[in-house]
Design a protein around this ligand. Structure first.
Ligand SMILES: [Cu+2]
Length: 279
């Protein structure tokens, strides 16, 4: 293989992670999951920038320590200096870190502003954390359903152990979604790494966050990341984006499949009515 071919192959291989149809953790993964959507992309850029800054600072401090250990060792520095103040150095070690923090603050506040203030969204999903499953509600469609992890002994081919669920959260591709996140019992946390969504689910309180689901059908895997009890590790999140037509089909089916609660309620009300009539 010529050198050029080798580099072309390397380039193609480097593109492969972007072609996968699921965002999920990989064995021996070192970096963040590839970001999806503007928030995750901005957060990943900030992370990469900070990685450079902290690496440079750590190397600089390490170099200073090594130099001081070598230059002022006992053999080379028989009479130690009694200096305890140096105005110029003191000004420098105060002003330079402040400047570095200001430089970090600019992209950091930009990201925070993007996450907290953009109110343009296409649909709302209410997420409720419970011991130990998630409940998803589509207020505009009047459907709600529970999402449980598939037990290890029931995982079928193509499903991921500890990650796949019976009822994924299905959303149309290319939409902006506002999540309203609340809790049913103890604290949980709704965490989907590739979308950079991580929000606490707390009983009696609603937290909100928005995210943009990019175009293209894909599965986004996540997990509860607030230690919430004995089955904390067994309440994964699966967010499945599908085409707009497939979403419509899913919605029509879901309205039938998840109408159980309503019909149960009707049965209870009917029974009460019958009981009243009998009495
Ligand atoms: Cu939890």
């Amino acid at each position: 293989m010529s050198k050029l071919n080798f580099y072309i192959s390397l380039f193609i291989i480097s593109l492969l992670p972007n072609l996968v149809i699921a965002s999920e953790p990989k064995p021996w993964q070192m970096d963040l999951q590839p970001p999806s959507g503007i928030i995750a992309e901005t957060a990943t850029d900030l992370h990469n920038f900070l990685l450079v800054v902290i690496t440079l600072i750590s190397l600089f401090v390490l170099a200073l320590l090594v130099y001081v250990c070598w230059r002022y060792r006992e053999n080379a520095n028989k009479v130690p200096s009694k200096t305890s103040h140096n105005t110029i150095i003191e000004i420098l070690w105060t002003v330079i870190p402040v400047l570095i923090l200001v430089v970090i603050a600019v992209p950091s506040f930009k990201l925070l502003y993007l996450q907290e203030t953009d109110k343009k969204y296409d649909m709302v999903v209410k997420v409720t954390g419970a011991q130990w499953y998630w409940n998803y509600e589509y207020p505009d469609e009047k459907i709600s359903f529970d999402s449980y992890m598939i037990e290890e002994d029931k995982v079928s081919k193509g499903q991921k152990r500890l990650l796949d669920v019976d009822n994924p959260l299905v959303v149309p591709e290319g939409t902006r979604i506002k999540f309203l996140i609340t809790g049913n019992d103890v604290m949980h946390s709704f965490f989907v790494p590739s979308l950079a969504v991580q929000v606490y689910s707390i009983a009696g309180r609603i937290n909100e966050v928005w995210t943009e689901i990019p175009k293209g059908p894909k599965k986004y895997y996540g997990q509860c990341n607030q230690i919430c009890g004995v089955n904390h590790a067994y309440m994964p999140i699966v967010l499945k984006s599908v085409s707009k037509q497939d979403y419509k089909k899913w919605l029509a089916d879901a309205k039938v499949k998840f109408a159980k609660v309503d019909s149960d309620l009707k049965i209870v009300m009917n029974n009460e009515k019958i009981n009243k009539e009998i009495n």
